[in-house]
Design a binder for this molecule. Structure first.
Ligand code: IMP
Ligand code: MG
Length: 333
């Protein structure tokens, strides 16, 4: 495994949490470290029927042997972080980089009105205004916040030490490449780049240390908030196909469209993804629910996966067939 980076290939909500929870149990990395924007992300992980929704901690929290870290590039909301640490009993294994910047109440207030709310349709979690203060070099950092002082440390150093001693590190991206401030559908994007390079930079990992980049795609596309979505279905059509989903942070009905090969291809290029994970195959092909062996998929489902691999030119190594961490086909050897 070495240094494996898992990123969202589309508009977020690709099911990264589910893939990460499987990899966390299977590969037992020493460290899981989260990059990305901040608590605007919501990762859902289901283990043994129990559902966890995570906005700050790495999704690998499900394996209690893994050290959990949050990179310097990630915005920290101290209240959400503290709550998640308490709920998951991970006080003794969590480190937040001392240079992570803080989300303050004023940032949340600014994110819930005017242009950001009405035109962009942000998640209202304060991330854009907090990144703006950081760029103005006026924001406070994690090392300045006493309520989280016991979790603060040098994440970049710990992660690089681990990699230099050949330990495995799982790097968790958030959002999706098409929401990147640089490469996405500007201005309908998040407040930072979120491609694999940016996720590594959030943590302090240089490009030569990365072993694999896995881009996660859902079997159809969804998007919350404003911005273009090619082939968008009506709300009725979305429901009749059983593709309806509600945002895990905002509760909004996600807009849905069929899988977009052109955008997926571009996303793979931007991330230099060498492996893919495909989630929710069971939503498109209900007979595949819970299947764990590739050969047991129906013919039409296999055809879908094979067409995807041949058109995108990258192997699909994980296939999600249901919500639980072990509803998965693992072809990653
Ligand atoms: P912000 O990141 O809250 O500023 O929101 C900007 C845009 O990105 C909005 O369309 C949000 O719905 C979208 N967005 C941000 N984070 C996520 C995510 O984790 N999943 C899906 N959409 C997201
Ligand atoms: Mg989400």
């Amino acid at each position: 495994m070495g240094c494996t980076v898992i990123v969202g290939g589309a508009f977020g909500d690709e099911g990264k949490g589910k893939i990460i929870s499987h990899v966390a149990f299977k590969n037992n990395p020493k460290i899981a470290v989260r990059g990305g924007v901040g608590p605007n992300a919501g990762h859902t992980v289901v283990v043994g029927g129990r559902t966890l929704k995570l906005r700050m901690l790495p999704s690998a929290v499900v394996n209690d042997k893994i050290e959990l870290m949050i990179g310097a590039g990630v915005l920290v909301d101290p209240q959400i972080l503290t709550k998640e640490i308490q709920e998951t009993h991970s006080e003794d294994r969590t480190t937040v980089d001392y240079k992570s910047a803080l989300i303050e109440p004023k940032h949340i207030e600014m994110d819930r009105q005017g242009y950001l709310k009405d035109k962009i349709g942000t998640t209202g979690t304060g991330t854009g205004p907090a990144n703006s203060d950081r760029i103005m070099r006026s924001g406070r950092l994690a090392k300045d916040e006493s309520s989280i002082s016991k979790y603060v440390g040098d994440v970049a150093l710990k992660v690089n030490h681990a990699l230099d001693s050949d330990a495995d590190v799982l790097v968790e991206g958030t959002q999706g490449t098409l929401l990147s401030l640089y490469h996405g559908t500007y201005p309908f994007v998040t407040s930072k780049d979120v491609s694999a390079s940016a996720i590594c930079s959030d943590v302090g990992i240089g490009p030569k240390k990365v072993t694999d980049v896995i881009a996660v795609f859902k079997s159809y596309f969804t998007r919350v908030g404003a911005g273009p979505l090619e082939g968008e279905l009506s709300a009725e059509e979305t429901v009749s196909r059983g593709w309806q989903e509600y945002g895990s942070v905002t509760g909004r009905l996600r807009r849905a469209a069929p899988f977009d090969y052109e955008l997926a291809k571009r996303s793979i290029m931007l991330n230099s993804a060498n492996k893919l994970a495909l989630t929710k195959l069971d939503v498109i092909f209900p007979k595949c629910q819970g299947v764990r062996e590739y050969k047991k998929l129906t013919e039409d489902a296999k055809k879908f996966v094979e067409e995807l691999e041949s058109r995108l030119g990258v192997p699909v190594v994980y296939i999600g067939t249901g919500p639980d961490a072990d509803h998965i086909i693992d072809r990653n050897g």
